[in-house]
Design a binder for this molecule. Structure first.
Ligand code: NAD
Length: 296
């Protein structure tokens, strides 16, 4: 198959490189950042000069872009995917997008007879490198089945959730939970450290106790080192995800007290100028208030 891949940053980069390394699919890459493109062309991908060039002739066109507005511009904007894609081609969005934006883009593509899948991913950059990420997919089952070999070339856990948009809803549920876990981890670490515990021993205890979570390993490494840059998952992107979850909750009238508290915590960290740091930097809000660090 021919794959057009647009957006090869922290997540898109390793996912794209796994397609190149682990399959025979021919990959054409486009990103605004030439250095990011080079990490893929070094492994055999072809560089495209535009979204149009990455789209034309590809069986599957994929995007992994930061914000819903970026996905909108790249799909529906001038010279975007929709203007350059034709019958028989499939569009797959791997970004964490807004469910409403997924539906808007899906409808525009459907009007031209083009199938779309929303396929957000989870597992972080480590999972993306190791091809162990989960991909939660919404869209037509036959289109999903046809795209499965490509998705499986960079993920061991591909799950079809249902109609278009359901992958994105699953992703927002997962991420809200992960961010709430990180907020709870921040509070536990600050309480323990303030009470005089050795932070390394506290991490050791929690890692083998009921407070442990998938997010805790990466979180505690950042907390103990005090290194929140460069980001593996930027706070600005995490805040976007939680914002989208809160929007969905408003729409459906679902109360989310933990989610909204964590969203406000992320907002505080952003107001402290930390939006470009790793999302685990929410810890720094507590460190600043308490005038002490988890880092020994
Ligand atoms: P990133 O900022 O590292 O990468 C995004 C890439 O898109 C960049 O290389 C950027 O140059 C490129 N880009 C932006 N606008 C573009 C355009 N108009 N045309 C072409 N390229 C463009 O972000 P990321 O962390 O890789 O996240 C990508 C998506 O994956 C986001 O929706 C994020 O929420 C989601 N996600 C991230 C993680 C993570 O751990 N980083 C995990 C799961 C999901």
């Amino acid at each position: 198959m021919k794959v057009g891949y647009i957006g090869v940053g922290n997540m898109g980069g390793p996912m794209c490189r796994n397609i190149i390394k682990k399959s025979n699919h021919a990959v054409t890459v486009f990103d605004l950042n030439p250095a990011a493109v080079k990490t893929c062309t070094d492994l055999g991908a072809t560089a495209a000069k535009s979204v149009a060039e990455a789209t034309k002739g590809a069986d599957i066109v994929m995007t992994s872009l930061p914000m819903p507005r970026d996905v909108e511009a790249v799909t529906l904007g001038d010279g975007g995917i929709l203007a350059n894609i034709g019958k028989g081609q499939t569009y797959i969005d791997l970004s964490t997008n807004a469910p409403s934006m997924v539906k808007k883009i899906g409808a525009a593509f459907a009007a031209k007879g083009i199938a779309m899948l929303d396929a957000p991913v989870s597992g972080g950059t480590v999972g993306a490198e190791a091809a162990t990420i989960a991909i939660m997919v919404g869209g037509d089952k036959k289109v999903f089945d046809d795209a499965l070999p490509v998705l499986q070339s960079f993920s061991a856990n591909v799950i079809h959730m249902g109609e278009l948009g359901t992958g994105t809803v699953a992703k927002l549920c997962n991420n809200m939970m992960a961010f709430c876990n990180a907020a709870a981890a921040s509070e536990a670490m600050m309480l323990g450290v303030t009470a005089g515990l050795d932070p390394q021993k506290l991490v050791q205890v929690i890692s083998s106790s009921s407070g442990n979570s998938a997010i805790f390993k990466a979180f505690s490494e950042r907390a103990l080192s005090g290194q929140f840059t460069p980001p593996s998952f930027a706070l600005n992107l995490a805040h976007k995800d939680l914002h989208l979850a809160m929007e969905l909750a408003d729409e459906l009238d679902v109360p989310l007290p933990q989610g909204s508290a964590t969203h406000n915590l992320q907002r505080m960290a952003r107001k402290m100028g930390l939006g470009g740091a790793d999302s685990s930097v929410i810890l720094h809000v507590y460190e600043t208030v308490l005038k002490k660090t988890v880092k020994p």
